[in-house]
Design a protein around this ligand. Structure first.
Ligand code: DGJ
Length: 694
């Protein structure tokens, strides 16, 4: 007997089907099918042929491929009895629960020990499908691997794109050609990591940012993921995502994957990006006050590091407020004896040497300047040199002789007493002061990955969020080491990178936009001489790069010349004037005809205005700038186009493209097919072009 189910939105259809009560497989996923499509015929039509040297029938590439059905690739589940004996389930259909936009499939194994459940939900507006799998058992078992429901990857695709990175170099795109075998990522660091952002894009042949078919995946979990992108000997391809393997330490009767977010796009990688951006901003992040405009940040880290001095901080705050900051974030150094990074993590009490009257005088001063106040914590960490470590050495995760990371250990977040302690200490700081923001850091990898650690961290954040619902949280882990939709269910901003180098940031922001909307992506104007790269950049470039996302400053404002302060104030004012629509705009990565230009178009929800940021990241190979083609405009509508920062045109730019001298009105067709002729410029400059529908 053949059973089939379908989930649709306006642009895609997902069809699942199975025969003889076997586990279902995705038999179609792509552009929307007609309502009249006969799914049984479709199931039969997609069955692959066999020839010599093959089994007499191809084992199904199911949502949880089973080792017991001669599946030629990686199975979706690896589970063992408590004595280590592998359990080799063969599942058969038990039930299907069909809702309007969701489908739950339930299967039992032949010995009735294990139950496998998969749930798919489709969001008709954002076009994101979330898929989650669970296994329950009648007796405790050990889980080595459980994949979220397995999706096929398209055959008409030559390569896949996943993401790597490092400290100060997050979101680097890797392109790997499809070939027989596996592209395997198994992140055993215990956190999402700079190195292993859990995302995958599978563009179909010829797809670009703006056109073509593309599939995308993101695994929403902060404890490290495993990805298997495998091409089977018969040519089929499967994509598995789950927690890193063997991170469940204890035998248990229930296991669940995190949500795998997946979608098909018929308008290029931007179709995936817009879906992820909207889904994250509008569905996942729980904003305390969704209507509150994103405040301009000032963060004092790169200004003072651990040298907290009240009069100095007050002076810095005054200058930051004058430049346009609306929230002051007091970074590391305010607690214990924290004069450097060797000491005091976990001693979350205000340092009386630096703040003899507590934090209140500083906070009052900051409020008096019209800014709100945020504060840094690194809750999951402990220094050996801390009162808490001396009192509770057993609270630390991992062996005594472990290699430290930034001189620190992680706390064992699975212990309820650790979570209670942190809740009390952090809660006391939040209760005693008017604080609306936490920068929540996590500066080392775990000594060993453990899913219970991630669940413990989530539980603590959730409890604090319940108790202090007005407090927003920024997820930071030495910059972008903990960015994923799991942490974003409970936080509101990410610190994309510790690199405030505008050149590096431009590249990272461009790639991160495939997953992250501007509302959650922090970006700060750093010091004139960048502390992490040694490069020196003009304030204009630094300011415009920060203005692409949730803007802030992080330099010591006392270093600013009059001209620099004026430029920064002006760009900040521009950002504030535009943030309302930019916060909900779609970030569209432009297909630049010049490799040196990294460009994006932020298009308002109503499609009535946009801004293009065209960053020149290198010198071009050709001498004159190539036109930059825009996207998603209405071809026969007219747009007024204006170069916002015309005063930055260098005298070596000697030609007369109209854009250089005045606003122009041209059609969407012209902008999308010919493109905007940019003025010539040095590298490490940004052109900002505003567009409005006439
Ligand atoms: C690492 C973060 O990424 C920085 O922004 C800063 O908060 C430091 N930790 C503080 O120790």
């Amino acid at each position: 007997m053949i059973r089939c189910w379908r989930l649709d939105d306006s642009r895609q259809t997902l069809v699942l089907g199975s025969h003889n009560d076997h586990l279902a497989e995705v038999v179609y996923w792509g552009p929307r099918l007609s309502d009249t499509e006969n799914l049984t015929t479709l199931y039969q039509a997609q069955v692959l042929d066999v020839t010599g040297g093959m089994l007499d029938q191809n084992p199904e590439l199911s949502i949880c491929p089973e080792a017991t059905r001669t599946f030629p690739g990686q199975p979706g589940l690896n589970v063992r009895d408590t004595d280590g004996t592998p359990l080799l389930p063969k599942f058969s259909f038990a039930d299907a629960i069909e809702e309007d936009d969701a489908l739950t499939l339930i299967y039992k194994d032949q010995s009735a020990t294990l139950t496998y459940t998969a749930r798919f939900a489709i969001d008709g507006q954002t076009h994101v499908i979330d898929a989650q799998a669970g296994v329950s058992s009648t007796r405790p078992v050990h889980l080595h691997w459980l994949s979220a429901p397995v999706f096929p990857a398209p055959q008409f695709s030559d390569e896949m794109i996943d993401f790597a990175g490092r400290w100060c170099g997050e979101f680097q795109m890797n392109r790997t050609p499809w070939s027989a075998g596996i592209r395997y990522r198994n992140n055993r660091t215990g956190r999402t990591g700079h190195e292993h952002f859990p995302g995958l894009i599978v563009p179909c042949r010829g797809a670009t940012n703006a056109t073509g078919h593309a599939y995308a995946f993101h695994y929403g979990w902060s404890g490290g993921h495993r990805m298997v992108a495998e091409e089977l000997p018969d040519g089929r391809r499967q994509v598995q995502f789950g927690h890193a393997s063997r991170v469940e330490m204890a035998a248990a009767t229930e296991f669940k994957t995190a949500k795998l977010y997946a979608m098909f796009s018929d308008d290029g990688i931007n179709g995936c990006a817009v879906a992820f951006q909207r889904h994250l901003r509008d569905r996942i992040v729980q904003w305390p006050d969704a209507d509150r405009p994103r405040p301009v940040h000032y963060n004092c880290w790169e200004a003072v590091y651990f040298n907290h001095n009240l009069p100095e901080l007050k002076d810095i705050a005054e200058r930051a407020a004058k430049l346009g900051a609306e929230r002051f974030v007091l970074d590391d150094g305010w607690f214990g004896n924290r004069d450097d990074d060797t000491t005091s993590l976990s001693d979350w009490e205000v340092d009386p040497r630096k703040y003899p009257d507590g934090l209140t005088p500083l906070i009052d001063h900051i409020h008096g300047l019209g800014m709100s106040f945020g504060i840094w914590f690194e809750p999951e960490m402990i220094n050996e040199d801390s009162d808490i470590h001396r009192a509770h050495p057993n609270w630390a995760l991992g062996g005594e002789d472990q290699i430290l990371g930034r001189q620190q250990k992680a706390l064992n977040m699975a212990l309820p007493e650790v979570r209670d302690f942190l809740f009390d200490r952090i809660g006391a700081v939040l209760r005693d002061h008017d604080i609306d923001y936490i920068k929540w850091d996590h500066n080392r990898v775990l000594p060993m990955p453990d899913a219970a650690q991630t669940r413990g961290s989530y539980a603590l954040i959730d409890r604090l969020r319940d108790a202090f619902p007005h407090v927003e949280i920024e997820s930071c882990a030495s910059g972008g080491g903990r960015i994923d939709f799991g942490i974003m269910e409970r936080t509101h901003r990410v610190w994309l990178s510790d690199s405030n180098d505008a050149h590096e940031r431009l590249k990272m922001q461009h790639n991160a936009a495939i997953f992250l909307p501007s509302a959650v992506t922090g970006s700060h104007v750093g010091p004139r001489e960048c502390h992490t790269s040694g490069r020196v950049y003009d304030i204009r470039y630094r300011s415009w790069v920060a203005a692409q996302r949730h803007m802030g400053f992080e330099m010591d404002p006392r270093e600013l010349t009059e001209d620099e302060a004026a430029v920064l104030t002006e760009v900040t004012t521009w950002w504030k004037d535009n943030r309302d629509w930019m916060t909900t705009a779609d970030i569209l990565r432009l297909d630049s005809s010049d490799e040196a230009v990294i460009a994006e178009q932020q298009l308002s929800r109503q499609h009535d205005r946009f801004v293009v940021f065209a960053g020149k990241a290198a010198t071009s190979s050709q001498i004159a700038p190539r036109p930059l083609r825009l996207t998603r405009l209405t071809p026969d509508a007219m747009y007024k186009i204006e170069l916002k920062n015309r005063e930055e045109i260098h005298h070596l730019s000697r030609g007369n493209p109209l854009l250089k001298s005045e606003p122009m009105v041209v059609s969407g067709a012209f902008l999308m097919n010919h493109g905007i002729t940019l003025p010539w410029s040095f590298p490490d400059r940004m052109w900002v072009i505003e567009g409005t529908l006439v």
